[in-house]
Design a protein around this ligand. Structure first.
Ligand code: FE
Length: 470
């Protein structure tokens, strides 16, 4: 099969961005048909003074802010200034091991998600309850000033999060109540799952907590008003190689052979029902909704855990050997106690997104980053819109020299797909990143906002109609 990209192009998107910018974007092509602010988060540094991090997930969080106002756009990026970031900046070298791939002899292990480790705050960013929060699942959120992106400090919601209690990078906002639901996991031989709600004033409350058997690596959850659902992948954690310093924590995770994955279904009072299904590994859920006595859950599924290998440089990975994630549907029958699975999108994809007004509700359209070719595996180079009712799809490809990030849906106009989809694309030809605004109905180009520089491949972000900049 013809390659849709060159490795050297793709690698260019994994260079550190050490500069912090603030400027109005010039040479906007097309239109900016809405006002508001798009926040993005992701690793800004992939190395510290030339010492490479072993995995991009270990890179220090850098928040980007796109302000859209009066048909113009302003860009600003700032690092999240955690004490660990400042210490490493001062030392000019790596002082902490990373969870995924960065080795540094250090004296900690006990909880791989212990608060004593470097909080890299690189995974998501959301404005809620008057607070701009940079999120990473192994620690507590960091609050930023949305007007300046200055780091205010760690946010424990008036001590509602006890020391060591963590908060997910994947909260879900209930479109009816405006509450932000999230969770935190304390992994161990038995894992404690705590479910939290943050109200519209930014106050956090624990709704319930449960201990579940086995190690839990829960990156995301799915939310309806009545149920919260987690996919517990059958992973084991062998701490010994990590303790001895041979491997990072992330390399010590293994998928247990012939062990089912578990769908953990909590009702609002925290009562748990567990549904086994065929082994698979899930990072992200698209959405879930209730239909009579069934729960319909859509998730990006990998047939096995995409294990981190020691001594393999992530920039040199062989995409042909990387297992693609595909969008699957789980129909959880609460009466029959069964789970039926089917593939919705048989193509390597990640970063599912939808109209946020449909979180927890029956929905029709899902947007994802996907490969430019229908088969095989490669970096994400296209955005796809999938109609879950008819199977119809729209694709906008940026291959061969463009590499996409997460799509973010911005509501506006009639119906579920009335609005726009934005994605930040690394353009290797111009050695810069470009924000694309696409029509959410057909993925036609609406606006193209070129930056003056690149932003390393990012993770997640969110949109809010508020602006802090005129
Ligand atoms: Fe994620």
């Amino acid at each position: 099969m013809m390659a849709t990209f060159t490795r050297s192009d793709w690698q260019q998107g994994y260079r550190s961005q050490t500069e912090e910018y603030s400027y109005w974007i010039e040479e906007v092509e097309g239109q900016i048909p809405f006002e508001g602010t798009l926040f993005r988060n992701g690793p800004g540094l992939l190395d510290r003074n030339g010492q490479p991090y072993g995995h991009p997930f270990d890179g220090d969080g850098m928040v980007c802010r796109f302000t859209f106002v009066d048909g113009k756009a302003h860009f600003c990026n700032r690092f999240v200034r955690t004490p660990e970031f400042l210490a490493e900046e001062k030392a000019g070298k790596i002082l902490y091991r990373g969870v995924f791939g960065t080795q540094k002899p250090g004296g900690w292990w006990h909880n791989i998600f212990d608060r004593k480790m470097k909080n890299i705050t690189n995974t998501n960013v959301i404005y809620h309850g008057g607070k701009l929060l940079a999120l990473w699942e192994g620690g507590q959120p960091y609050r930023l000033d949305p007007a300046t992106l200055d780091t205010i400090g760690m946010e424990n919601f008036n001590r509602a999060l006890a020391p060591g209690q963590v908060f997910t990078a994947h909260p879900r906002r209930d479109p009816d109540t405006g509450e932000l639901w999230g969770f935190g996991v304390e992994p161990g031989l038995k894992s404690i799952i705590r479910v939290f709600v943050v109200d519209q004033d930014g106050n956090l409350q624990e709704k319930y907590q449960t201990k579940v058997p086995g190690f839990s690596f829960l990156h995301d959850f799915a939310y309806t008003t009545n149920y919260q659902v987690f996919a517990q992948n059958p992973l084991t954690f062998d701490p010994l190689p990590f303790l001895l310093g041979f491997k990072t924590a992330g390399m010590c995770l293994e998928l247990k052979p012939n062990t089912p994955s578990l769908l953990l279904v909590f009702d609002r009072s925290g009562h748990l029902t567990t549904y086994p299904t065929d082994p698979c590994f899930i990072f992200h859920h698209s959405n879930i909704y209730e239909e009579e006595d069934k729960l319909i859950l859509d998730s990006v599924c990998y047939p096995t855990y995409p294990k981190l290998e020691e001594g393999v440089n992530y920039l040199e990975i062989d995409f042909d050997r990387v297992i693609p994630g595909k969008l699957e549907r789980f129909v959880i029958d609460r009466t029959q106690k069964t789970v039926k699975r089917s593939v919705l999108l048989d193509r390597s994809c990640e970063f599912p997104a939808l109209n946020p007004q449909y979180v927890g509700k029956k929905y029709r359209y899902v947007y994802l980053g996907c490969t430019a070719a229908e088969q095989g595996n490669a970096p994400l180079q296209a955005i796809i819109k999938l109609d879950l009712q008819t199977g119809e799809r729209h694709i906008r490809s940026f291959a061969p020299r463009g590499f996409v990030g997460e799509p973010v849906f911005i509501p506006g106009g009639e119906g579920e797909d009335g609005g726009w989809v934005t994605t930040l694309v690394f353009n290797a030809e111009h050695n810069r990143s470009e924000l694309f605004i696409l029509d959410a109905r057909n993925l036609e180009l609406v606006g193209l906002l070129p930056l003056k520089h690149h932003i390393p491949y990012g993770l997640h972000g969110s949109f809010t109609p508020q602006v802090w900049m005129r």
